[in-house]
Write a protein that binds this ligand. Structure first.
Ligand code: ATP
Length: 410
């Protein structure tokens, strides 16, 4: 059978089917379309301004690696005029983060971007290896998530940067929406849905340029551009509430493939019910970026993202690698359309203040990180704070299984 030609260029062999429109695309058209969609997200949300210095939260994983690669490409292609800097947090996890940081160091050379690494050890006096030694594996992500949030902010402060971008994708946002829907936590749902999150007291904002990119597409993009990224899961990675939300979404997706972006869209609509939210999830100026909540908005560790739930990431990568030699195979992906935004009634939000100890933004006199450190330092970790389920879910990302379909001649 003759190979199927690309729907877009009508010349090259198609290697990808986008479930969004069933278009069969060649490698270069897929890459260009992916990049163009991220560009549209950036411009429609007015994410950047010329001359802006941007810290890319770089974990070495696929999402932040793709983010760095795409931002570099778009910055050059469209003359954004951005100064791009890689900012990595070293949680102090031997055999995991030290290896992924080696990937980030290579990325820094590959993309010609400066790299700053900030460690938990220097910031808090505790590495995650030490925390786990004290508190055990269960619940360790609570500490890691709260600490990371602050570490990214402090790293940005050191660099005198006011804008941190992270590799959160549509799947991550959909999971956050689902989790907060199940909890009935509209303010947190709103913050997690916004493409930009700002705090009333800090001039550092966060944004998610990949907010509308399916994780499947991110993996495909990394694969077809042969990006250098790290795909091993965290050795402390747990299963938790986010995993359940993910499973639920995956089940929904089987019945209704557009579910991921539909959930994102619904989250944006619900966010409009919260005071101070811009329609369309464009920007969220939160009055209460409690550490755990904020962590959930901006994500976590690039580790507890579902790789622990069955190695989907590894399976997908293996499949992609084998596809390289399989002329008759393609990968199907889908990105549904955006919809309208509704407006509704106001709800109560928390009051913002600064931690009396460290000055970090907190809804309590002492921030969660300081409370956690108190507990650790007193050898009473479990009495630290009332961190809810949400704090254990600070990060996200699970690799969704890709759909590989057999192309037939069209
Ligand atoms: N150690 C870290 N240092 C810097 N940024 C980080 C770190 N961990 C996570 N991030 C940022 O938070 C985003 C979301 O993290 P998450 O835990 O969801 O991992 P992920 O989706 O697997 O991302 P990635 O594939 O980039 O690791 C990452 O894309 C990255 O921008």
């Amino acid at each position: 059978m003759a190979p199927t030609t690309c729907f877009n260029c009508k010349e090259a062999r198609a290697v990808v089917i986008r479930p969004k429109n069933r278009h069969k695309l060649c490698r270069s058209c897929f890459i260009e379309i992916f990049e163009t969609e991220v560009h549209e997200t950036i411009t429609s949300s007015k994410l950047f301004f010329p001359g802006e210095r941007i810290a890319i939260g770089a974990s070495g994983g696929k999402d932040s690696t793709v983010l760095a690669a795409v931002l570099k490409t778009l910055n050059e292609r469209y003359n954004y005029g951005l100064e791009l800097i890689l900012l990595s947090i070293d949680e102090g996890i031997r055999g995991y983060r030290d290896d992924s940081l080696e990937t980030v160091k290579r990325n820094a050379v590959q993309y010609d971007m400066p790299l700053t690494i900030v460690g938990y050890g220097e910031l808090y006096g505790w590495t995650m290896d030490q925390v786990v030694e004290q508190v055990g594996k269960k619940g360790n992500c609570t500490y890691c998530g709260v600490f990371r949030r602050q570490a990214l902010d402090r790293g940005a402060e050191r660099l005198d940067i006011k804008h941190v971008v992270t590799g959160h994708n549509a799947d991550d946002v959909a999971e956050t929406v689902m989790m907060n829907l199940l909890r009935g936590d509209l303010p947190r749902l709103s913050r997690g849905t916004s493409i930009i999150t700002e705090s009333g007291a800090s001039d550092t904002k966060r944004s998610k340029p990949l907010k509308y990119a399916y994780e499947k597409e991110i993996v495909l993009y990394a694969h077809h551009r042969q990006l250098d990224y790290f795909s091993t899961e965290c050795i402390y990675s747990p299963e938790a509430f986010r995993g359940s939300a993910r499973t639920l979404i995956k089940d929904l997706e089987k019945i209704r493939p557009s579910s991921i972006l539909d959930i994102v869209k619904s989250g944006e609509d619900m966010a409009a019910l919260v005071p101070g939210q811009a329609p369309g999830g464009k920007s969220c100026k939160s009055s209460a970026p409690a550490a755990g909540a904020a962590e959930e908005e901006t994500g976590g560790c690039g580790s507890q993202n579902g790789r622990s739930s069955g190695g989907e990431m590894a399976a997908m990568e293996q499949q992609l690698a084998s596809n390289d030699g399989a002329e008759s195979r393609e990968t199907e992906i889908k990105m549904p359309k955006k919809g309208k935004v509704s407006v509704g009634k106001k709800i109560k939000t928390q009051t913002l203040q600064h931690c009396e100890r460290c000055g970090y933004i907190s809804s309590q006199p002492i921030c969660k990180a300081c409370n956690l450190l108190d507990g650790l330092n007193r050898n009473r970790p479990k009495t630290a704070i009332e961190v809810g389920m949400e704090d254990e879910e600070g990060s996200s990302t699970l690799m969704r299984q890709m759909e590989h379909v057999q192309l037939t001649n069209s």
